[in-house]
Design a protein around this ligand. Structure first.
Ligand SMILES: Nc1ncnc2c1ncn2[C@@H]1O[C@H](COP(=O)(O)OP(=O)(O)OP(=O)(O)O)[C@@H](O)[C@H]1O
Ligand SMILES: [Mg+2]
Length: 191
């Protein structure tokens, strides 16, 4: 069948990889790395990344438990819609509450993968790619998840990646391999 647009048709069914963890655990870095690899293999990909998405979807919401849960619901709903049309969706969100993770899983259904980037808070603090931790200790004004606000330990992640002791390339490869193992990426695909 000739592709009308001349564009490579989507490869197989979509899915949602929900990448969670503390600030500076590596969500942005790894969602981008995985996205690049998937695009190079001709997948349709969208990254829904924390603050950027919040700015567009939920500018009126704050960081209370209720607001965070509501925001996560909005994101999971859109992620499901994209996945339904064959898109590989990478969500990069702290997601501190187990209720949000479970809600996202049940919204998306079977083609959902929960990836917890487990990284000790001391390592995250040392990295401090965006100066958040510094702002928290310096002024007491910025609330940081895992320091000033809770981050509940994930109870049911499909994959745990310890990003504290390996390169981002290695961690990205782990996620890709896992997606193949779970059948979310077609077997035999080279990513
Ligand atoms: N294995 C690894 N995986 C991911 N990032 C790593 C790894 N090792 C070191 N890093 C570094 O850790 C930092 C992670 O920052 P990143 O912005 O990706 O975190 P984040 O989880 O998106 O934080 P935030 O919640 O503030 O958006 C980067 O500077 C990255 O280079
Ligand atoms: Mg980020």
């Amino acid at each position: 069948v000739a592709a009308v647009s001349g564009k490579t048709p989507g490869r197989g069914e979509g899915f949602v990889a929900w990448i969670e963890g503390l600030p500076c655990s590596g969500k942005t870095t790894l969602s981008r790395a995985v996205a690049d690899r998937l695009r190079a293999a001709d997948f349709e990909v969208e990254v829904l990344d924390g603050d950027e998405v919040r700015h567009m979807f939920s500018p009126e919401l704050g960081f209370s438990r209720k607001d965070r849960e509501f925001h996560a619901r909005r994101v999971s709903y859109v992620a499901r819609m994209l996945a339904r049309h064959g898109v590989a969706v990478l969500v990069a969100m702290i997601t501190p509450y187990e209720t949000s993770r479970q809600a996202a899983r049940s919204t998306v259904g079977g083609r959902f993968d929960e990836v917890w980037l487990r990284c000790p808070v001391e390592v995250c603090r040392k990295r401090d790619a965006r100066g958040l931790y510094r702002a928290s200790t310096a002024t007491g004004g910025t609330r940081v998840t895992g320091v000033d606000d809770p981050f509940e330990e994930p109870l049911n992640p499909d994959l745990i990646v310890d990003t504290s002791g390996e390169t981002a390339e290695r961690s990205a490869q782990r996620i890709l391999d896992h997606l193949v193992e779970r059948g979310l990426l077609p077997a035999g695909v080279r990513v």
